[in-house]
Design a binder for this molecule. Structure first.
Ligand code: APR
Length: 241
């Protein structure tokens, strides 16, 4: 039984939302197998062909509307609530996902390091707002009224992920680091396990199959998130281990 506070940091990736019907990126049939990220998910692509990039994200936004959390999202929200209510330590959920399924499940200590598909921002005035509408070049910004400045509030390849200061500060104090449904192929997220180990944390990988940095984890439990994550949360809350 651990004596002092136990600070938890959970990192999630596309795999946690797979059973909610949202696609992953690098698996068979994944998004980056069907579409070229260099053509759709970089600032250069957006400058080169804004309509093509906006159409891609408009389609992904439509696909997200109506998606609901699965037992894995709900189990992480339950763990957060129990951890904070019992004062057992800090809790931070860092997601690489741009969907809103963690919010729908009730997660609050949540940081979207790759942005959010249901938010839009204006490159002309910086206005950031919740948005479920299609983004088109002719749509005026609700902030400044100008057209031509709206883009998805999503971090593209080559752009700096969000919240890194907060994430690295949390990783310095973390006692338990759990990666859920991520392939460990995209940095800086894929390097978080090393930061956690350097801080002396216990590290667990909960994915369908081993990721690229699987060997770095102290513990690996493989299987579908909707089964593996609730089982692990139940074990954590009941036994503390
Ligand atoms: N349950 C648990 N894990 C699953 C499931 C499932 N049902 N289905 C797939 N997985 C796992 C796969 O084994 C894989 O390890 O989810 C992971 C998905 O990996 P990726 O498709 O690479 O997704 P992710 O790791 O989130 O990608 C990171 O890359 O393109 C960028 O910005 C994008 O945030 C994304 C980042």
């Amino acid at each position: 039984m651990s004596i002092g506070p136990e600070n938890i940091l959970i990192l999630t990736g596309a795999g946690i939302s797979a059973e909610s019907g949202l696609g992953t990126f690098r698996e068979k049939g994944g998004l980056w197998e069907r579409f070229d990220p260099q053509e759709l998910a970089t600032p250069e692509a957006f400058k080169r062909d804004p309509d093509k990039v906006l159409d891609f994200y408009n389609a992904r936004r439509k696909n997200l509307i109506g998606a609901t959390p699965n037992p894995a999202h709900r189990a992480l929200a339950e763990l957060e609530l129990a951890w904070i209510m019992a004062g057992r330590g800090d809790f931070l959920l860092v997601t690489q996902n741009i969907d809103d399924l963690h919010e729908q499940a009730g997660s609050a200590q949540l940081l979207h390091m790759h942005g959010e598909l249901l938010k839009t921002r204006c490159q002309l005035c910086g206005h950031l707002f919740a948005d479920t509408e299609d983004i088109t070049p002719g749509r005026p910004c609700p902030g400044c009224g100008k057209v031509g400045g709206l883009r998805p509030h999503v971090v593209w390849f080559g752009e700096v992920p969000l919240g890194l200061d907060q994430i690295y500060a949390a990783l310095e104090q973390v006692d338990l680091f759990v990666a859920v449904g991520t392939s460990g192929t995209v940095y800086p997220a894929a390097g978080f396990v090393q930061e956690a180990k350097a801080a002396g944390a216990w590290t667990i990988e909960l994915t369908l199959e081993p990721g690229e940095v699987s060997d770095l984890f102290d513990e690996r439990i493989h299987g579908p998130a909707s089964a593996v994550v609730p089982d692990w949360v139940r074990r954590k809350l009941e036994t503390g281990s």
